[in-house]
Design a protein around this ligand. Structure first.
Ligand code: FEO
Ligand code: CA
Ligand code: CA
Ligand code: CA
Length: 570
């Protein structure tokens, strides 16, 4: 049915209609596209991983097995061609291969019911299993001549879990607030939500709801700082603290473990022995995702959301060009300035620097390290604008930045940048820095209120994941209950248009979330994640298995292609 098609449009595929979605146990994709399932939970990555387990879809791995396989909660990800390092060296005219590369995939979380088959851990082994389905997978994948992608062996491939040794870098690295009385080395990354690549060829993974993994065996009277970061005596019910003292806020030996999470972590996809590095200059908050833009002089700006109701939008700017920093053996992410956004009513805004040189912050904090560790409190003091849950960011061809604001059920007072109270459907804001990403002033506009799509064939709500391609196609993945009986979806906009309309490319399965969009450099293969299908419960979907009501559903990646081999989104 392509009667109504406008040929030559940038976004030209036949969208999935509401009426096309009849089976919520399997995804529905545009008739112009096809998908393949890749790396479901339990796929072998590291040597010694058992494959036996994948043939037994009802079984769960041991904690040791889990640490060698893909985990749960597939979220942010990025595809790095095997030639990516040459691409970094030779620039955009170099054509990297598109049939082989490293796929970095975040494993945001798996509930205890999904990972363990019960709501609470009963021993340390249960906790280790839960911890080992969290983290990041770095996995080599390759496409054969028939267009089928599979995992292949590589010594760059690895699992990073809640127990992998990591290091700290940047202004807060040596702070006493990051050392524990018992001297334990820094371990692990958790709740790895969104992500972003760097211009120098590494992967950044973002620690979001880290507070939920801590609890307090003796109960908790939270400090002001703990309150602001949402720590409580039970956390989100994972129960790790009952068997692993590291996550027990009542254990004074691990008093500062809580400060070791909430960071952006840098991973080298081409060095399986590299220790992941937590970059403290980017601040500690519930990091959703990161999008890096390059300025005229090679300095970089990183745009980042803090996903909580009434939390903020941030920007980091490096002091040096990334090339000269790398040349000098430094990281562009260790030396720079961190800002938080104030959105003014007139469509402009200001980036407020989180600096200890500001007397307002010097009165509250002793050092720049403290400002960064308690970035949320510093941002409060500067008068940043409370937003409707800042999720992903992505930078378009004119340097414009798209920010997804997923929803805010608790907003009672609208402001210009968050005009709906309550905001049940979410919106997308577009900002443009007035000085090529380096400035302290920006312009902003509402790109779209998701509520405006209600009552139309193209309805979608709760925008979350975001990715824009070089031609201006904006891909948005949703996370929240969708209207009209739809499941979470992937929609595409042509941002070159004055009034861009979403077109529905994919609809997921019952209770899942669509997230983590990336492509091969030729834009002919895309990867997107089906996160927590059925919320881990087999009664609604058993995806990627077909419906039987009993097989454990598994988070997985979908490889997406146009049937005619064309550009994704076209
Ligand atoms: Fe992990 Fe805010 O989504
Ligand atoms: Ca998200
Ligand atoms: Ca979300
Ligand atoms: Ca999620």
């Amino acid at each position: 049915g392509n009667k109504s098609r406008h040929h030559g449009e940038l976004v030209d595929f036949e969208p999935v209609k509401i009426a096309d979605v009849i089976d919520t146990t399997m995804p529905t994709i545009s008739e112009d596209y096809e998908y393949q399932v890749l790396i479901p939970w339990g796929s072998p990555i590291e040597p010694g991983a058992t494959t036996e387990y994948l043939g037994q879809p009802d079984s769960r791995p041991s904690s040791q097995e889990a640490a060698l396989q893909t985990g749960l909660g597939h979220d942010g990800m990025w595809f790095f061609s095997s030639d990516h390092r040459d691409y970094v060296k030779f620039g955009r005219h170099f054509r990297p291969r598109c049939d082989e590369g490293m796929l970095c995939v975040n494993h945001e979380y798996g509930t205890n019911n999904h990972a363990l088959g019960k709501s609470q851990p009963e021993n340390l082994e249960d906790v280790r299993l839960s911890q080992n389905v969290h983290g990041v997978s770095v996995v080599k994948i390759k496409c054969n001549r028939r267009g089928h992608w599979r995992v292949v062996k590589s010594n760059h491939s690895r699992r990073i879990t809640a127990n992998t040794p990591v290091s700290f870098s940047g202004p807060a690295a040596d702070s006493a607030l990051l050392q524990n009385p018992n001297g334990n080395i820094p371990l692990g990354t958790i709740n790895n939500c969104g992500s972003g690549p760097t211009p120098w060829g590494t992967y950044l993974t973002c620690e979001e709801n880290f507070n939920g993994y801590f609890g307090a065996s003796l109960g908790l009277v939270p400090t002001e700082e703990q309150e602001r970061y949402g720590f409580s005596d039970q956390g989100f019910g994972y129960g790790w603290y009952q068997f692993d003292k590291r996550f027990d806020l009542s254990n004074s030996d691990y008093a500062n473990e809580q400060h070791r999470f909430g960071w952006i972590v840098e991973i080298d996809p081409f060095d399986g022995t590299q220790k992941p590095v937590k970059r403290t200059a980017l601040g500690r908050f519930k990091h959703e995702a990161i999008a890096i833009a390059e300025s005229r002089n090679g300095r970089i700006a990183a745009y980042m959301g803090d996903d909580q109701r009434f939390d903020y939008c941030y920007k980091y700017v490096s002091n040096k060009s990334w090339k000269s920093a790398i040349h000098d053996g430094e990281s562009p992410l260790d030396d720079g300035k961190l800002y938080v956004a104030r959105f003014d009513d007139d469509g402009t805004g200001e980036w407020l620097e989180l600096s200890i040189d500001n007397p307002v912050l010097a009165q509250r904090f002793d050092s720049q390290a403290e400002v960064l560790i308690y970035a949320r409190i510093a941002a409060d003091l500067l008068g940043a604008t409370p937003m409707d849950r800042p999720e992903w960011t992505t930078v378009g061809k004119h340097g414009e930045v798209y920010w997804t604001l997923t929803n805010n059920s608790q907003r009672t007072e609208p402001n210009a940048a968050n005009p709906e109270a309550p905001n049940s459907d979410g919106h997308i804001i577009r900002t443009l820095d007035m000085d090529d990403h380096l400035g302290t002033r920006f312009q902003w506009e509402i790109f779209l209120l998701a509520s405006s799509t209600r009552g139309t064939e193209n309805v979608f709500t709760d925008p979350d994941a975001a990715y824009i391609d070089p031609q201006g196609r904006l891909f948005i993945g949703t996370d929240g209950s969708q209207p009209d009986g739809l499941q979470d979806q992937l929609v595409v906009f042509d941002t070159n248009k004055d009034n861009p309309e979403p077109k529905r490319l994919l609809v997921g399965v019952s209770s899942d979330e669509i997230t983590g969009f990336t492509m091969t450099p030729d834009q002919r293969t895309a990867f997107v994640n089906i996160q927590h299908p059925g919320n881990g419960s087999p009664s609604a979907t058993n995806f990627p298995a077909s419906f039987d009501g009993v097989t454990i559903p598994r988070d997985c990646t979908l490889v997406i292609r146009r049937k005619d081999g064309g550009i994704i989104g076209s």
